[in-house]
Design a protein around this ligand. Structure first.
Ligand code: C2E
Ligand code: CA
Ligand code: CA
Ligand code: CA
Length: 275
């Protein structure tokens, strides 16, 4: 039995080593990805539930690896956060998204995701300010999306940074709302301009009375705090009808539009691809 255990541990360690090696290789590839133009942003529409009007677009990072094909952000962003690459990467995302949005004829918002690591290490308000000046994007057209993990890291520091960013005229959304641990306290203490209700609630709204009750409760909370609520992951007309009946402000999801390359989004807006 002892030999078996040793063997199992050995296999396990081997598998671990391989996973670590694979991650290291991927992290190295990622270093070159920015320079080699393998990274791209796709944009997903955010619309008003009551009128259907476009309100903005969320920028979502895409990596087209030369041999492994498309790698989803949930696989490479954690790596980039571990090795610090998220700082140049996040800066590239912010600069690119702002520059592209500045080229739209319509004053739609552009929403950009921020990693907790960007809060911990960079002078974020200064960077945001510089990028706005450089790209000429009006500050009120930029929305930054943060998650609860950002807040938990260092509450006071995060609050100070958020206040400085908001002073520029930029708005802040709390992303994946309802999945963290301190949601209600977070809403009280932080100056959010939008609540993005996590898509796990939407996927169960028709089958789980609990999910529907939570959606209702968050919408009521948003109303009494005067914070608009956006529902993520809207995939069907019946989900959208429920949101309309419940008074949700905005929606985002495959039903309204899948994330698409800038050229396609620009063509839809202007009738040509802007390149
Ligand atoms: P997120 O910020 O919650 O982004 C929404 C995710 O839901 C996107 O996945 C989007 O493609 C997907 N989605 C949109 N509508 C639907 C729908 O109707 N149904 C379903 N099932 N999914 C939908 P994606 O693009 O794979 O991004 C995953 C996560 O990676 C993002 O979640 C965000 O946390 C992170 N991420 C993406 N781009 C960036 C970035 O530039 N910076 C940082 N720090 N994180 C990013
Ligand atoms: Ca987001
Ligand atoms: Ca989200
Ligand atoms: Ca998410």
């Amino acid at each position: 039995a002892k030999a078996n255990v040793t063997q199992t541990v050995c296999f396990y360690e081997q598998a671990m080593d391989e996973a670590v090696r694979a991650n290291r290789a991927l992290a190295n590839d990622l270093r070159e990805a920015v320079e080699n133009g393998q990274l791209d942003l796709h944009y997903q529409v955010q619309t008003s539930v009551s009128t259907g009007d476009i309100r903005g677009y969320e920028a979502l990072l895409r990596w087209k690896h030369p041999t492994r094909g498309n790698i989803p952000p949930i696989e490479f962003i954690p790596l980039a956060e571990e090795n610090g690459l998220i700082l140049p990467l996040g800066e590239w995302v912010l600069r690119t998204a702002c520059a592209k949005a500045a080229s739209w004829e319509h004053p739609y918002k552009v929403a950009v995701n921020l990693s907790p690591v960007q809060f911990a290490h960079a002078d974020l308000p200064k960077l945001v300010h510089e990028i706005l000046l450089e790209t000429g994007l009006r500050p009120n057209r930029l929305e930054l999306e943060i998650t609860e993990s950002t807040i938990i890291a260092d509450k006071n520091r995060t609050l100070t940074i958020l206040r400085r960013i908001k002073a520029l005229g930029v708005t802040i959304a709390i992303d994946d709302f309802g999945t963290g641990y301190s949601s209600l306290e977070t809403l009280r203490a932080f100056p959010f301009d939008k609540i993005k209700l996590d898509r796990s609630f939407m996927s169960e709204v028709e089958t789980s009375p609990q999910a529907k009750a939570i959606i209702r409760a968050v919408l009521a909370l948003g109303q009494s705090l005067h914070i608009p609520v956006l529902a993520e992951g809207v995939e069907t007309h019946s989900q959208l009808s429920i949101l309309r009946a419940e008074g949700c402000n905005e929606a985002q999801g495959y039903l309204l539009g899948r994330p698409a390359p800038f050229g396609e989004i620009f063509a839809l807006m202007h009738g040509h691809n802007g390149i």
